[in-house]
Design a protein around this ligand. Structure first.
Ligand SMILES: Cc1cc2nc3c(=O)[nH]c(=O)nc-3n(C[C@H](O)[C@H](O)[C@H](O)COP(=O)(O)OP(=O)(O)OC[C@H]3O[C@@H](n4cnc5c(N)ncnc54)[C@H](O)[C@@H]3O)c2cc1C
Length: 389
């Protein structure tokens, strides 16, 4: 069956849902196609920093997201064995007014989805896109339909079909890092802070979600063996515990409570050099997957969503609109992603004297100039994409 007209979005992830909602604010009708049978309920947390939160607020869901989240007071960098704080970014004190949320992914996805339904977005679940082409007008071939929309927004994540149609096949390379994830009960009275435990060739991120009843764990480990890039790849809890048994201080109790865990191979993909062609456009991870070391992937997808909707609403010349979207987004995205890539070695220092010296420097800086240490990331967090003309 052929379906004509309108805007079709591939992918009901954070990016796809946010752009659907943003487009509805301009009265543009949209259909979202999602391969999963229902909303992806990934059992994991997500940090939404102030730049992403501004988009949620502009979409009218800032307060409901706040109510379902925990507001972070600080980010602490901690030595893995002594559990001593190496550096504290006191967001509450030095970045007053900026909202940094820690929430369950499923809560964010559900809030976005319900708002999309209220706004009149139509959805098709259990429909996998097989082919996207961009010759003259976009064409989307799925397991159920063939669409000829005016615009095809591909928000279909790291394995994007749309990206292949624009850029051809690319081979990302394995960074040698894998990310374990798990949710555990908050038996350690984890405060409202995001903690990063730094050890040789490994680090662990912990933060509370859902009224502090649950702690989200992300555990990054350097490895030679290749692992799939997927939210659904299961891991073994005992292997996880063995891998991180030297991280016993502070997080030992949390690790012993891990029942199920998933593991995600971290690959490096270049930022797409071209984000659109013939009415097909990429958004979020489809355009620019990032390593999770600045917790910005979802935040960047939210920013993209806002800018793309605005660019599409402002012009009748589609190609110009899509080009201004790319121009407005690409360099900021590249800068943040390269910062995230640079964080790997800083967290994973293995040579003890070097680690000691680096931690000492961080400690001194955070004692002598705590405000500066927090405000060094102003260009990321204070950025308000919704205020751009
Ligand atoms: C361990 C880890 C922790 C992270 N923590 C954070 C964090 O704290 N903060 C942050 O900002 N970012 C974080 N990120 C990054 C963030 O998760 C991603 O950048 C974000 O989810 C990207 O959203 P997206 O909508 O672009 O893609 P996705 O979330 O991948 O959504 C893509 C959607 O498209 C659907 N789809 C895919 N292919 C097809 C197809 N062929 N047909 C139809 N549908 C399709 C998928 O089922 C999915 O629903 C983390 C990433 C990892 C790996």
């Amino acid at each position: 069956m052929a379906v004509l007209g309108g805007t079709v979005i591939v992918g009901a992830g954070i990016g796809g849902l946010a752009v659907a909602l943003a487009l509805r604010q301009y009265g543009i009708s949209v259909r979202v196609i999602e391969k999963a049978d229902k909303l992806l309920n990934v059992g994991a947390g997500v940090q939404i920093s102030a730049n992403g939160f501004r988009v949620l607020t502009a979409l009218g869901i800032g307060s409901v997201c706040s109510k379902s989240s925990i507001k972070a007071r600080a980010v602490e960098l901690i030595a893995y064995k002594s559990a001593q704080t190496v550096c504290k970014l006191d967001i509450g004190k030095y970045n007053n007014g900026l909202t940094h949320l820690m929430m369950h992914r499923a809560d964010l996805i559900n809030i976005l989805f319900n708002s999309c339904i209220d706004a009149g977005v139509s959805f098709s679940f259990g429909e996998r896109v097989i082919l996207v082409s961009n010759d003259t007008k976009p064409e989307i071939v799925t397991t159920l339909n063939r669409y000829r929309p005016e615009v095809a927004i591909c928000a279909d994540g790291v394995h994007s079909v749309g990206r292949k149609s624009i850029l051809g096949h690319a081979r990302p390379y394995f960074t040698g890092n894998v990310a374990w994830r798990a949710l555990v009960p908050n038996t350690t009275d984890h405060p409202e802070v995001a903690r990063i435990y730094m050890g040789p060739k490994k680090h662990v991120v912990t933060y509370p979600i859902r009224d502090r009843s649950v702690v989200n764990l992300v555990l990054i480990e350097e490895r030679d063996a290749w692992i799939k890039e997927s939210w659904s790849e299961k891991g073994d809890a005992n292997t996880l515990r063995r891998s991180f048994c030297d991280f016993d201080l502070g997080i030992g109790d949390l690790l012993s409570n891990v029942q199920t865990t998933h593991v995600w191979g971290l690959f490096r993909h270049p930022v797409a050099h071209k984000w659109h062609a013939g009415g097909v456009v990429l958004l979020g991870d489809a355009a620019h997957p990032t390593l999770p070391f600045m917790a910005q992937g979802a935040n960047l997808a939210l920013e993209d969503a806002w800018v793309l909707a605005k660019c599409l609403s402002k012009t009748s010349a589609l190609k110009m609109g899509l080009q201004s979207y790319q121009d407005l987004r690409k360099s900021r995205v590249e800068e943040i992603i390269s910062l995230a890539e640079g964080n790997t070695w800083k967290y994973h220092l293995a040579f003890p004297p070097l680690r000691w010296a680096a931690h000492k420097t961080m400690w001194t800086m955070s004692k002598l100039m705590p405000r500066r240490v927090v405000r060094q990331f102003d260009w990321i967090y204070r950025y308000d994409v919704t205020a751009e003309p």
